[in-house]
Design a protein. Structure first.
Length: 274
């Protein structure tokens, strides 16, 4: 039986992205809040080991889902003929007027930004890395443009990148290929894609599986509202990591929130002066 669950990696509070999950996803969701990327990989792997959903969907915090993208991915996954199905995104957003208004304040209306040229879709295989520490930008295959993706026939496309905007795979695949980062603590989607490529497992996407990426080109660090401890302490101290589960309701489906114990009193950055 097809029984998926969404696993949302949420180190940042981006309201418009969270709202899109509420309106586009009708099946169970799990939110992993306030973890660094290496730690959230461990937590997600443990959650998959301890549960028995048929499929798990890895979802990032800085993208806007649509019902069309979600339904496209889920419909193909239901057919049980594909190993991995992924959404695709614009690599970034661009603004013709820069990152700030005339008065120097940040432009936070996402509609004032246009889609960047490149997409996350790579048609060629991933090459071997030149350095074990992390993949460099130039080591990715050429990316399809956003425009060319929108113009493609409405059919499956094989890509070399399992984009963590919304990647769906069976429990068996995640157990055989657990998630992890590179030694630099990042690029978990690239690392997972390399595992799949070595195992001969294809990754598929579709023009209708577009998900808007909110990353801004040449963005300032303050663009995003990071979870910040109200006392101003570093929220990523490893000694603070303990498992806390709380049950809640989100729409008509159960929501589980999984987070380090010390972030119960956290606020969004715009609500806290640092």
């Amino acid at each position: 039986m097809f029984n998926p669950v969404l696993l949302n990696m949420q180190p940042r509070h981006i309201g418009v992205a969270l709202d899109s999950v509420k309106t586009s996803v009708s099946f169970p969701k799990v939110l992993f809040r306030g973890y660094t990327e290496p730690v959230v990989m461990e937590k997600i792997n443990k959650f998959i080991e301890d549960t028995d959903y048929s499929h798990y969907i890895i979802h990032g915090d800085d993208c806007i889902l649509t019902a069309q993208a979600v339904n496209t991915i889920v419909d193909y996954a239901k057919r049980n003929t594909l190993d991995v199905f992924t959404g695709w995104m614009n690599m970034c957003l661009e603004s013709l007027s820069g990152n700030t208004h005339k008065d120097g304040t940040l432009i936070t209306n996402w509609d004032q930004w246009v889609l960047g040229k490149e997409s996350t879709v790579c048609l060629d295989p991933l090459p071997p890395l030149r350095h074990w520490f992390k993949p460099e930008a130039f080591e990715y295959p050429p990316r399809e443009t956003v425009t060319s993706m929108f113009k493609r026939p409405k059919e499956l496309i094989q890509t070399s990148i399992a984009c963590f905007a919304f990647t769906c795979a069976s429990r068996e695949i995640f157990l055989e290929h657990p998630l992890k980062t590179y030694p630099n603590g990042k690029a978990s989607d690239h690392e997972f894609s390399v595992q799949l490529q070595k195992a001969g497992i294809p990754i598929w996407t579709h023009p209708d599986a577009f998900i808007k990426h909110l990353k801004r080109k040449q963005a300032l660090w303050a663009d995003y509202f990071w979870y910040t401890n109200v006392e101003g302490s570093n929220p990523w101290r490893k000694s603070d990591y303990t498992d806390v589960w709380t049950a809640n309701k989100w729409g008509h489906e159960p929501e589980t929130i999984f987070f380090p114990a010390d972030n119960k009193g956290w606020k969004r950055r715009e609500e806290y002066n640092v």
